[in-house]
Ligand binder design. Sequence first.
Ligand code: B1M
Length: 209
Amino acid sequence: MTMIEEVKAKVEAGKAKLVPGLVQEALDEGNAAGEILQAMIDSMGVVGGKFSAGEIFVPEMLMAAKAMSKGVDVLKPLLAGTSTSSLGTCVIGTVQGDLHDIGKNLVSMMIESAGFKMVDLGVDVSTEKFINAIKENENVTLVACSGLLTTTLSAMKETVQSLKTSGLTGFKVIVGGAPVSQEMADEIGADGFAPDAGSAAVKAKELVN
Ligand code: B1M
């Protein structure tokens, strides 16, 4: 088994204590950080498939998520470049009712490396919380909403529409997450959509420039 395959297997098995060391070994062997990250994202796809098939349940899914997060911690300094430009503050969160944060955290890391100061509101973020964060922080130029559940897409729609009718100005709204599409982003009035963390950083820059 290659070291990348080891990382994949241990993330799938939820071995949070082993994954950081294996990720480091995979790096030491010369594997690129992006390649290792993709392997872990693929693992979560496998985990999701097993959950859908009734082969595993929420606790196993949670353990796999913890294992991936520990692996991402090792990669973070290598994935997030540094930017000296200042594109303002980005308020980010996973929308109300939704507890998924791995994708949101990756997106946050990449947007930060594009030159934004990040204010991360975490998960299960209500519309009011997004609005208060815009009021409480200086120079908010971007609001980023993540959502992983089909059932929370209505919360995303409500958040975007409330932001747009709040009377607050000076910021753009970007949305994303597995069930979100460009079509849906247009429909709910978001300014931008990105399918993954890398393109979220590119889109974020584009939106505020
Ligand atoms: Co959940 N879960 N989960 N889960 N979970 C999914 C999403 C699911 C697809 C699994 C499945 O059934 N196959 C399914 C959703 C089905 C649907 O609605 N379409 C599901 C379900 C049903 C549930 C529960 C309802 C299960 C239950 O309780 N019966 C429950 C809901 C809880 C809640 O949120 N209220 C639940 C719970 C959980 C855990 C808590 C156990 C855990 C999350 C832990 C955590 O995040 N800390 C969990 C996990 C781990 C998953 C899977 C397996 C993995 C998610 C993940 O981290 N992927 C997931 C299956 C899957 O994704 N294949 C699943 C890796 C991550 C890097 O990808 O988050 O997609 P992702 O982010 C990507 C892009 O989407 C994009 O960029 C990221 C990086 O490239 N992106 C953005 C994300 N946000 C963005 C924002 C942007 C732009 C791009 O701009 C702002």
